[in-house]
Design a protein around this ligand. Structure first.
Ligand code: COS
Length: 383
């Protein structure tokens, strides 16, 4: 379907397709097996300028929109969502700086990100997942510093990133309203990393704990104002959830392409299995779901690029729908490939494992539905 992409968007898509075919496809199995961080691909993404797609030109980015970023994430995730996460996880980590950074903070950090410096976002803790307001990590004010103590869990790009946007309590008594967003750089004394997680999918990405023990960070690293950390986190997630939708969309499209290709070659009962109605109906449903997810994701991205601020509902809708589609399409792709689909020599097995996380991270799909329902009820209460 023609979504009226601009020339620039078509160029980004084609560039990412070329990177996917030439650079990601040959190595995705290796990264899936080893769980190593794909530094060679980070260099490829950086050389192609992909880290700066939606960073303003004055900070050495391309100055393009969310839609352009979505196109890149979707296309790269078709090949390997785990490897693409080095880029997309950086997008999540840098979003608080883009949305809430002072001109000085932006000038200090954004050009580095455009050059390929990895970022991460530190919100989740062992006891604060869906209940993001339940964080316990503290950032106690002490003269012109904050002293951080606590542990963040399951942080994408943890240990590999140089720049972290961390949400911590500057005023414990106030709970979420006492949370603040603070930039922490990797080599800060008192900042170390916990174990590398051994994950089901997206194994080409790194997930680690961030451990803060009397870690002193200058107050100039505060984003927005003290007490605004929860809002920074929510706005960051509103802005990044369409990225999860795009990732899910890419995984679904990648699995669908494999399933079609296989069904045209695989012969049973003397015919290609694509000629059987049982397979054709599965394909029709898979393609319909993918197009619907794409339409919703692109609509959301364009709405955000229009400057709209009330994006929570649409962003949650895109994330929840596209990730549910990714799970169902990859499961059906495995089914179409049958016994081969279950084997690691075909990529759909990996895609099915990769799809699962899109229903869980950046807010479980249950939380997305809660966000959508809350917004709907508020809208209808207004009359
Ligand atoms: N934008 C701006 N402000 C927001 C907001 C948003 N999207 N969502 C909530 N807020 C504000 C509310 O207006 C409220 O402000 P006041 O204190 O001034 O009234 C405050 O934040 C608290 O909001 P709320 O009462 O709705 O918070 P809850 O604790 O009930 O939690 C959910 C809200 C569940 C939506 C939130 O905790 C959430 O998104 N959880 C999932 C977190 C997540 O995605 N984790 C994944 C890991 S991060 S990679």
């Amino acid at each position: 379907m023609d979504f009226g992409l601009t020339e620039e968007q078509i160029m980004i898509r084609d560039l990412c397709r070329q990177i996917g075919e030439e650079k990601i496809k040959p190595v995705r199995e290796h990264y899936d097996e080893t769980g190593e961080f794909p530094w060679d691909l980070v260099k490829v993404f950086a050389d192609a300028g992909l880290f700066g797609i939606n960073i303003e030109e004055e900070y050495e980015g391309m100055g393009l929109g969310i839609m352009d970023q979505i196109i890149a994430i979707e296309e790269l995730s078709k090949y390997c969502a785990g490897i693409a996460l080095a880029l997309f996880g950086t997008g999540l980590g840098v979003t608080p700086i883009m949305l809430f950074g002072s001109p000085e903070q932006k000038a200090k950090y954004l050009p580095r990100v455009c050059g390929g410096t990895i970022c991460a976002f530190g919100l989740t803790e062992a006891n604060a997942g869906s209940d993001a307001g339940g964080i316990q990590t503290t950032a106690t004010p002490d003269g012109d510093h904050y002293v951080l103590n606590g542990t963040k869990q399951w942080i994408t790009n943890g240990g590999e990133a140089d720049i972290y946007s961390v949400i911590a309590l500057t005023d414990k008594k106030k709970g979420p309203r006492g949370a603040s967003a603070i930039i922490v750089e990797k080599d800060t004394p008192g900042f170390t990393f916990g174990k590398k997680e051994n994950k089901m999918g997206i194994r080409g990405s790194m997930t680690r704990e961030l451990v803060f023990q009397d870690c002193r960070v200058p107050k100039e690293n505060l984003l927005a104002r003290e007490g605004m950390g929860f809002i920074v986190a929510m706005k960051t997630l509103d802005s990044s959830r369409p990225g999860v939708a795009a990732q899910a969309l890419g995984i679904a499209q990648g699995a669908f392409d494999e399933a079609i290709r296989y069904s045209r070659q695989r012969r049973q009962f003397g015919k290609a299995i694509s000629s059987f109605q049982a397979i054709q109906f599965m394909m029709a449903d898979m393609a319909t779901k993918i197009e619907a997810a794409r339409a919703l994701t692109y609509t959301c991205a364009r709405y955000m690029d229009s400057g709209a601020s009330d994006v929570s509902k649409l962003s949650a809708m895109a994330k929840v729908y596209a990730s549910d589609v990714a799970m169902s399409v990859t499961t059906d792709a495995v089914q179409i490939l049958g016994g081969y689909g279950y084997m690691k020599e075909y990529p759909v097995e990996k895609m099915m494992r990769d799809a699962k996380i899109t229903q869980i991270y950046e807010g479980t799909n249950q939380i997305q539905r809660e966000v959508i329902a809350n917004k709907l009820l508020k809208e209808y209460a207004k009359g």
